[in-house]
Design a protein around this ligand. Structure first.
Ligand SMILES: NC(=O)c1ccc[n+]([C@@H]2O[C@H](COP(=O)([O-])OP(=O)(O)OC[C@H]3O[C@@H](n4cnc5c(N)ncnc54)[C@H](OP(=O)(O)O)[C@@H]3O)[C@@H](O)[C@H]2O)c1
Length: 312
């Protein structure tokens, strides 16, 4: 019978060196980060954050928690009870979670949504890093929106983050296109003093005038997530420097295909995911996020998502 070698030297051999990309052992001191969502098993955040934590040799682990809406209050109480260090919040909890927290930051208040909770010695603080993540992704894409017209499609939580960022970037006017008109009208009432908003319908996307002087067209709907077709839009009538930005993750969505067919810049949601994650990472660990490591993880996952979408 082979004896298990539990010698000290063998255990030491199993310990990854500081900064090593190998998996770190979980110990009694390991701090826990994670994400609450329903569903949550598709999330790229665990892979992205764990790679970043390992790259910096930080003693944390990031876990996905499937939290159903009727369990949200209990799950937030568990952050305190279990002393979890930080939590990301995704669909469908971003709006509801705010009322269970002790304080929220300026962008979370303005958007009415929280995507990052930081546990400060038992006090739970909520932030919205989607706003800064979107703005950073726009900068990377070379979109120049100051004083110009922007078309935002969708009126849910992601659209709120986009509108708050566009107001901060001094966009001239936002045309807000949504399937359910009343939801766009409500958003215009909520954020109209922050950025000028003109509601429009999905059918208006076909009108050449709508995109005629747009600097940016953003899809904030979930259309494309499961390979859905996107409504017709007059992409070729937009200015040549117009950027088409899809918050859905992956290069092969119908929205981005149309932008590329019109030879316009087409950007998917991975840069926003990267930058919102980098800001959350900094809030939790007080360390600058290793962007290159995180980006490499997302690129790998994106390739498999694109292949799966192409097979549909
Ligand atoms: N890349 C990132 O970092 C990032 C960050 C945040 C969100 N996102 C993505 O953004 C998307 C939206 O998230 P959310 O939180 O805003 O969701 P949400 O609050 O549920 O809003 C969904 C939006 O999509 C529209 N929609 C859904 N199905 C549609 C359909 N068949 N036809 C037309 N419109 C449809 C809805 O229109 P109605 O109002 O008419 O229902 C609504 O405007 C998701 O795919 C999410 O993954 C990405």
């Amino acid at each position: 019978v082979a004896r298990r070698d539990t010698s000290k030297s063998q255990l030491q051999r199993r310990q990854p060196r500081r900064g090593s990309p190998a998996a770190s052992p979980v110990t009694g001191r390991t701090k826990i980060l994670g994400i609450f969502g329903d569903p949550v098993d598709h999330s790229s955040s665990p892979a992205m954050h764990n790679a970043a934590l390992r790259a910096l040799g930080l003693d944390y682990v990031y876990v996905a928690f499937h939290v159903r809406p009727d369990q949200l209050a209990t799950a937030v109480a568990a952050i305190r009870a279990l002393d979890l260090a930080g939590i990301n919040v995704t669909v469908p909890h971003k709006q509801e979670v705010a009322r269970h927290l002790d304080s929220i930051g300026e962008e979370a208040r303005r958007t009415g949504a929280v995507n990052t909770i930081t546990n400060r010695d038992g006090t739970l603080h909520g932030d919205n890093t989607d706003v800064a993540g979107f703005a950073a992704a726009l900068r990377e894409a070379g979109a120049r929106v100051r004083g110009r017209r922007v078309v935002v499609i969708g009126a849910g939580g992601a659209a709120r983050a986009a509108l708050v960022a566009l107001g901060a970037l001094d966009a001239g006017q936002v045309v807000l296109v949504n399937r359910t008109g009343e939801r766009a009208a409500q958003l215009a009432r909520d954020l109209g003093s922050w950025v000028a908003i003109e509601p429009a319908s999905l059918a208006d996307l076909r009108s050449p005038a709508l995109l005629g002087d747009a600097a940016l067209v953003v899809n904030t709907t979930s259309l494309g997530l499961h390979g859905e077709r996107f409504p017709a839009l007059a992409a070729s009538r937009s200015p040549h420097d117009c950027v088409f930005f899809d918050m859905v993750y992956g290069r092969h969505t119908d929205f981005l295909r149309r932008a590329r067919a019109a030879q316009r810049t087409a950007v998917d949601g991975s840069a926003m995911l990267l930058h919102q994650g980098a800001r959350a990472f900094r809030l939790w660990t007080k360390r600058a996020a290793p962007l290159a490591v995180m980006r490499a993880v997302l690129e790998l996952r994106k390739s498999s998502i694109d292949k799966a979408r192409d097979r549909r």
